[in-house]
Write a new protein. Structure first.
Lengths: 111, 111
């Protein structure tokens, strides 16, 4: 069974608005990563946050991690039409090399 | 650098046929992975490898075999294809538990 679960499954916003996606997981982790997938393409790594970190920024991306609630959020500020994609969280535990992906959030940014 | 490449990009098989998908990476990564992605779902791990000559089962290994004879290559084999194996297959590589680099995918249809 998949460990990560993104919420919402789909999100539609206007250009310039902020988009927030959430990820919940079940077991302890080493790190949590967010990926983007454009239609018909492979996944692209966006940002990694380690279990001892609470917040991380990269350009217009802000990721938070709450290990007590076993959840993470990805915020995309000032969204653009080019941000339209599916976004996945992946968790990595301390015991192996497996990356466990959630089902993703489909983001549509309307011009 | 080409990154991660996959061959072929598309393939149509009849039930019972066999085929091999090839993944190659030029980043000298130790870890390589094979995933399948079905509509509306995240990635599910089929098999992975933590180094040349090693392989391990992932979440959905049945019906697939893999080999890692060279560090840069990771082969995924289907011995007797079934319609349930219709999917998009992604290969990825990584250095330890950090970000994964994905190939462009192979779209496989089994009739």
């Amino acid at each position: 069974s998949q460990q990560g679960e993104e919420d919402p499954q789909a999100l539609s916003i206007q250009e310039g608005e902020n988009a927030t996606m959430n990820c919940s997981y079940k077991t302890s982790i080493n790190n949590l990563q967010w990926y983007r997938q454009n239609s018909g393409r492979g996944l692209v790594h966006l940002i990694l946050i380690r279990s001892n970190e609470r917040e991380k920024h990269s350009g217009r991306l802000r990721v938070t991690l709450d290990t007590s609630k076993k959840s993470s959020s990805l915020l995309i500020t000032a969204s653009r039409a080019a941000d339209t994609a599916s976004y996945f969280c992946a968790t990595v535990n301390n015991y192996g090399q497996n990356f466990v992906f959630g089902p993703g959030t489909r983001l549509s940014v309307l011009p | 650098n080409a990154g991660v490449t996959q061959t072929p990009k598309f393939r149509v098989l009849k039930t019972g046929q066999s085929m091999t998908l090839l993944c190659a990476q030029d980043m000298n990564h130790e870890y390589m992975y094979w995933y399948r992605q079905d509509p509306g779902m995240g990635l599910r791990l089929i098999h992975y490898s933590v180094g040349e000559g090693t392989t391990a089962k992932g979440e959905v290994p049945d019906g697939y075999n893999v080999s890692r004879l060279k560090k840069q290559n990771f082969l995924l084999g289907l011995e007797s294809a079934a319609p349930s194996q219709t999917s998009v297959y992604f290969c990825a590589s990584s250095e330890s538990r950090n970000e994964q680099f994905f190939g462009p995918g192979t779209r496989l249809t089994v009739l």
